[in-house]
Design a protein around this ligand. Structure first.
Ligand code: MRU
Length: 330
């Protein structure tokens, strides 16, 4: 059984501390907006949909104390990470819900806001299952799939996007073998995807990011499936750094490259991926090496957390309303 990534528990938000996995399954209890903002910024909770859900509950924590601070809570949560549009989408939903309920007495207002956060959470799980059902139809009855980062239950309200497609394929009786990229620098693939999938009984094999090309060349990969943090109107996809390189290699080796994401990851206000803000993180994340060693801090490091895969390298984008192929008319 997988733990609930994000869980509302009697007036507090319990989050799986993903920084501690896979060594330890630890939880953080957030009791105020600042706790949730810190958990998002420090990647205790991460993955585009999970960030949005956590932020929605974060707003609830704020209004339970003092509803007059709503704009400040939203601003604080919005400042945590710039790339995943699900964060801004969820906060906008909370803002609208507050506006609709502005004349309600405090208790009714707070319970309505909690209802909205719960709806965002539950819809995400439902949408994951729907997109999983569409996505699994793209896979043969026996398939080896390469994935990058973690787009699973840990990154969402539950079930997962890219990993949801694999779960749905298995539920259809398909034989699914997964290769998980380790995903440097923070190793979401090694620490989270490999853990999540093996705990769920999948046949999962870990590879270093640098092995993906060689693996595709060997003919062992039938499809690449990844999640997304933001998709622009033309179908360009921002996702974890390294995704773009995989798409180039997939095209070279004639391997289909699929992106699975809920519609809350679409940003139709942006024409192309050039407009997507890309988070840059501290160079120390790269300088710290597996095994506790490190590169001296006088060595400069460039650490973009995401890259943009151009639409022409994406075979299809799977959302809860179907399989979209270019030219995209989301
Ligand atoms: O920096 P992270 O771990 O939040 O990056 C996560 C990803 O890039 C995921 O692939 C993406 O958010 C999709 S999660 C369903």
């Amino acid at each position: 059984m997988l733990p609930e990534t994000v869980e509302w528990r009697g007036g507090a938000l319990r989050i799986v501390d993903q920084r501690a996995l896979p060594d330890e399954l630890k939880f953080i209890d957030c009791s105020c907006v600042g706790d949730v903002a810190l958990a998002i910024r420090d990647l205790a909770v991460r993955g585009a949909p999970a960030i949005g859900i956590a932020a929605a509950y974060g707003v609830v924590l704020g209004v339970l104390r003092d509803r007059s601070g709503l704009d400040g809570y939203i601003a604080e949560l919005a400042s945590t990470r710039p790339t995943a549009v699900n964060l801004f989408w969820a906060l906008e939903r909370m803002r609208r819900a507050a506006l609709e309920r502005r004349d309600e007495p405090d208790e009714m207002f707070a319970s309505g806001m909690l209802g909205e956060a719960r709806a965002i959470h539950e819809e995400d799980v439902r949408n994951n299952r729907r997109l999983g059902a569409f996505g699994q139809s793209l896979l043969p009855s026996s398939a080896s799939v390469l994935t990058h980062c973690n787009a699973g239950a840990l990154a969402t309200g539950g079930y997962g996007t890219a990993l949801g497609v694999l779960r749905a394929a298995r539920e259809e009786g398909k034989a699914i073998r997964v290769y998980a990229d380790e995903t440097r620098p923070l190793l979401q693939g090694a620490r989270l995807t490999a853990w999540e999938l093996s705990r769920d009984g999948f046949d999962v094999t870990l590879i270093c990011d640098s092995m993906a090309g060689c693996l595709m060349k060997s003919g062992k990969i039938d499809a690449v499936i990844v999640g997304a943090d933001r998709i622009s109107a033309n179908g360009d996809v921002a996702n974890k750094i390294g995704t773009y390189g995989l798409s180039v290699m997939a095209r070279h080796h004639n391997v289909p490259f699929y992106v699975a994401a809920p519609r809350s990851t679409l940003d139709l206000s942006l024409e192309s991926g050039d407009e997507i803000p890309i988070e840059e993180r501290a160079g120390d994340e790269i300088r710290r090496l597996p095994g506790g060693r490190s590169v001296p801090d006088y060595i400069p490091a460039w650490n973009p957390a995401f890259d943009v895969t151009p639409a022409n390298l994406v075979t299809a984008i799977i959302t809860e309303d179907g399989v979209h192929r270019p030219p995209y008319g989301f």
